[in-house]
Write a protein that binds this ligand. Structure first.
Ligand code: SF4
Length: 377
């Protein structure tokens, strides 16, 4: 099972597609080390995400605590405080680190509301490499405003010796936002094809499967059904800053329990757990985030192996790429069927004065997550 730990909703970015920064948590109410101690060993991937995890003063202690509990430990950061990760990487060079980057300097800074963010995070990732980091990369949210730069950013990452993880616009409680929609689905989807083909042409097996993951992103962008069914709650879960455990980071009607008050074993068994996994099996949403897609692509026999469907797709198209045969992505995608989408303008906050506002006394799930409906079609 994969686990995403969200130790804080504080964030020092001001993204246009994620409003966590508007709803910060108070340090004293955030997930405690003693609560995380209750997690068992044996997770596959544990991702420490946010908010911005480097704003937790005890991040090194959090990592010490979870490092033995997962096969892969990952930190998803905005990259604005890279110095906070140097000691962690020196101690655990194999920790996976991804810094959010949304395009070239002007585009990334505008989308993320970060003054000078591009320079800080690119230089910061180089410093983590010097410190011995072996699995470093950027993470980019594909949207209308940066999709033209997608292949360039991928090539830039490759040249620097970094990975590039991609996701796309979603609506989710984790983002405090339910009006992320594409302005032009077809235009965005078409440009992801270039990344799929570039990834297949590399000699990196991980990239070949990322090509399939990006194929799934094209389907998501167009509003099509997921390539593979979601396994939220069974294959992955989220812990929010209040220690609540959720089957997924999208729907607010899929709470599994609370790790402060309960044991992990009780949370992932029993009648409530069965009700939630039943809801997931019947979920009509078309999310395709890294967490939901990566786990869905995995074989149930071993998390290191892919399912047959992505494996066959990768083999077929990798052979074509090797032989120099054209790969026609449109043969897999029905571009004649594009879902309607409302046009809701995204606001960039680079030059806005808006700041997050701490709201005290959020003692119920209703108060913590006032938005209820998160549509991903
Ligand atoms: S498909 Fe449904 S259950 Fe799966 S992550 Fe999305 S909203 Fe959650």
């Amino acid at each position: 099972m994969d686990l995403t730990i969200i130790p804080t909703f504080r964030c020092n970015s001001r993204c246009q597609m994620c409003y966590v920064w508007k709803s910060p948590t108070e340090p004293k109410e955030e997930l405690r080390l003693s609560t995380l101690e209750k997690l068992p060993d044996g997770f596959d991937n544990i991702n420490v995400s946010g908010g911005e995890p480097t704003l937790r003063k005890d991040l090194p202690e959090i990592i010490d605590l979870i490092y033995p509990k997962g096969r892969i430990i990952e930190i998803s950061s905005n990259g604005l405080r890279p110095e906070k990760l140097i000691a962690i990487i020196k101690k655990y060079p194999d920790i996976k680190v991804r810094f959010s980057l949304e395009g070239d300097a002007a585009t990334s800074n505008r989308i993320r509301g970060e003054k000078n963010g591009f320079a800080i995070k690119t230089e910061g990732l180089r410093k983590l490499k010097e410190a011995g980091g072996t699995d470093l990369g950027f993470a980019l949210v594909i949207q209308d405003e940066n999709v033209e730069q997608l292949v360039n950013i991928y090539e830039f990452s490759q040249k620097e010796g970094f990975e590039l993880a991609t996701s796309t616009l979603h609506n989710a409680w984790q983002f405090y936002k339910n009006d992320n929609y594409f302005y032009d689905r077809t235009q965005v989807a078409k440009q992801v094809e270039g990344l799929v083909i570039s990834m297949l042409k590399t000699n990196n097996v991980k990239n070949w499967f990322r090509a399939y993951l990006n194929l799934g992103l094209i389907e998501k962008i167009l509003g099509h059904n997921r390539l593979i069914k979601c396994t939220a709650g069974s294959d992955f879960a989220f812990i929010d800053p209040w220690s609540d455990v959720w089957a997924c980071n999208v729907r607010t009607d899929l709470p599994l329990g609370n790790l402060e008050r309960q044991n992990w074993r009780d949370i992932i068994s029993g009648s409530q757990y069965n009700d939630i996994t039943y809801k997931v099996e019947n979920c009509k949403q078309n999310c395709w985030m890294v967490t939901t897609a990566r786990t869905a692509m995995r074989s149930s026999l071993s998390p290191k192996l892919p399912k047959l469907e992505p494996l066959l797709w990768v083999l077929k198209n990798k052979i074509k790429a090797t032989l120099g045969i054209d790969i026609h992505i449109e043969q897999y995608i029905d571009y004649g069927n594009v879902s309607d989408t409302p046009i809701i303008e995204r606001i960039n906050f680079l030059d806005h004065k808006d700041k997050g506002k701490l709201e005290r006394g959020r003692d119920t799930i209703e108060k913590r997550y006032p938005l209820k409906e998160f549509e991903n079609t």
